[in-house]
Design a protein around this ligand. Structure first.
Ligand code: AQP
Length: 332
């Protein structure tokens, strides 16, 4: 069976974009693939994380995955730092990938902004750690949002260069799995910016931990424009907030965006928003309830993560041993 690796950073405020763009797709992939779902705490600390919050956020992501329907008995849920292979292989990849490749990564440019010199070395080398995450398990497929496509290309280049440099056919070239609707959920305050955990405004996103009242309030306050609902895809031109809300509705309802548009064409935003609230609450409400229940039982969550770490380590350990032999690291 083909193997999937995918991850979420425990950077707090797990949101609707993480759900629609990642976690919900994982739930659907479980029947076709062997899956490793990783809470990537080593990626998270490429920007400052409060240690206590990091622990809490790690459990929150685990709870979010389980509450959404990831089956931890059939698949592997674990946090990255518990399996040494990630750090071991990422160092080797630091020596395989080229500076020029990393210099082209748009996510580093976006995250480091104007203060490049002040960014951590980890933030710059982040894509090499991501390559290691995937290849330490010889994963064949990686579900990625639009924003991660470039990093996956780099993982493929790195796998290929390793194979060529050492004259082996060792690493597979992992394939992206890109999903249609809602691969990019945008901020509720600015339809040109992606919904993000780190946005300062809590009104910019719907958190998976939000209850029905918070969801309703945020959707009601979501930015729109003065025109009625658009009546064709071309009418969305220059209306990023309308496009985003329609996209969210379509993704939550599992419908085509065009079908949703024709249903609401010409109607007022207030009416549409009320229906969006009802839909969002019906999808996210049960997940939220289950998340709260799981978060109240950290020992249970830790048990799931411990078992996941053991199973992940059992896959990665022999792969790393072979990599060490290929590279010429003496294992006396
Ligand atoms: N807005 C989004 N729309 C669709 N998918 C999204 N993802 C993130 N934001 C959106 C997908 O969620 C998965 C996990 O993402 P991550 O934890 O690696 O974080 P990120 O991509 O850097 O984005 P965030 O959630 O906004 O975090 P911060 O603010 O910390 O950077 C990925 O599959 C991602 O595509």
């Amino acid at each position: 069976m083909n193997r999937i690796f995918s991850g979420v950073q425990p950077t707090g405020n797990l949101h609707l974009g993480n759900y629609l763009g990642a976690i919900r797709n994982w739930v659907r992939l479980q029947t076709e693939y062997d899956c490793l779902f990783c809470i990537v705490d080593m990626h998270a600390i490429t920007v400052w994380q409060d240690p206590k919050e990091l622990v809490r956020n790690t459990r929150e992501v685990a709870a979010g995955m389980i509450a959404s329907g990831v089956d931890a008995s059939k698949h592997i849920i674990f946090n990255q730092s518990t399996v040494p292979a990630h750090a071991q292989l990422s160092w080797i990849f630091n020596c395989v990938a080229r500076m020029g490749w990393l210099n082209r990564m748009t996510q580093f440019k976006e995250k480091a902004g104007k203060h490049k010199e002040n960014a951590s070395v980890g933030l710059y080398a982040y894509p090499n750690l991501m390559s290691a995450d995937i290849l330490a398990y010889k994963a064949t497929h990686v579900p990625v949002g639009e924003d991660q496509k470039q990093h996956l290309e780099l993982a493929r280049d790195t796998a290929q260069k390793f194979n060529i440099d050492y004259g082996v056919e060792f690493f597979p070239l992992p394939e992206p799995l890109i999903f249609g609707a809602a691969t990019r959920v945008m901020s509720l305050r600015d339809g040109t910016k992606k919904m993000s955990k780190s946005d300062e405004s809590d009104y910019s996103r719907i958190n998976m931990a939000d209850d029905a009242d918070a969801i309703a309030l945020k959707i009601r306050k979501a930015k729109t424009d003065p025109h009625p609902m658009p009546d064709g895809v071309e009418a969305l031109e220059g209306r990023p907030e309308a496009s985003n809300l329609l996209g969210i509705y379509a993704a939550l309802a599992d419908q085509d965006k065009a079908a949703v548009m024709s249903r609401f064409a010409g109607r007022q935003f207030s009416e549409f928003k009320q229906e969006l609230v009802d839909l969002a609450v019906s999808v996210l409400g049960p997940i939220n309830g289950e998340m709260q229940r799981l978060m109240a039982d950290p020992a249970y969550l830790d048990g799931i993560l411990r078992s996941g770490a053991e199973r992940a380590d059992a896959i990665a350990r022999p792969i790393i041993a072979e990599v060490y032999d290929i590279v010429g690291f003496l294992r006396p």
